[in-house]
Design a binder for this molecule. Sequence first.
Ligand SMILES: [Zn+2]
Ligand SMILES: [Zn+2]
Length: 321
Amino acid sequence: MPRPSLQPGNHRMMQTLRRWFDTGADDTGDPSPGQGARVDWARALPFFAMHLACLGVLWVGVSWFAVVVALVLYAVRMFAITGFYHRYFSHRTFRTSRAVQLLFALIGAACVQRGPLWWAAHHRNHHRHADTAADPHSPAVHGFWWSHMGWFLTRERFRTDWSRIPDLAKFPELRWLDRYDIAVPLALAAALYALGEGLERFAPALGTTGPQLLVWGFFVSTVVLFHATVTINSLAHRFGSRRFATRDDSRNNLLLALLTFGEGWHNNHHFFPGSARQGFAWWEVDLTWYGLRAMSALGLVHDLKPVPAWVLARVDAGDKA
Ligand SMILES: [Zn+2]
Ligand SMILES: [Zn+2]
């Protein structure tokens, strides 16, 4: 008997499901012109579902333990994004061992901002074309919402631009993380659920449960972390002061710098992206820089690239764009 063939609708659904779990399964070819720049709603579904899942706080309740877990996961993962996805993978502003590189690639992957290769390739394109039509996420060109959370939901931006990252693509473990970018987030979510279930049984005084840790530690923490990170694409190209007259609209913004552990000194960064430090003046709080200094003291990273003397001289002279 011939096997019943899949209906076209079912086939599309299976294909979408596969694409959620394996980015290499995208075998639908190049999008036709125009189509690639539109939001791919089927693929974007998990992104919106994560936001909806935050409403779970209404059912699972809250405990001090769950809030602390959410805050710790925010801090550790923000450091991985700014210190490693951004300052290490995208800009190579320091050196480290392959083991530490992998460890922070894994923590970065737990942020649900995809793999380090995809992230770095798009970010390098951002610096190359900042605030022109070729910039993936310029609020001046594409508007606030597009720069904040529209651009990466499209077919064309979903792809990793391999031409930008030959130095990173040679590591098979990083290529694997890029292809199966949903694996680490799923593992984190499962681990939080299991931890909460275990604590409910063995340490009931903490007042937490599996669903509660899943909602606070994974969904709430990750969604807040996501929106904090992308303010650098949207708000830090709009609001703040300009110390350097760069060709783009980048700004320095204390509030964003506090929220993102130093990334808010974005005008500094666009002026001189080659430094591991983004707060150029002593008072420009840059938590990631302090963290990298501590890791350097422990011998985990080395050759942190400093802000050059000629740039510091301009900071001291009170440069104002
Ligand atoms: Zn920028
Ligand atoms: Zn950058």
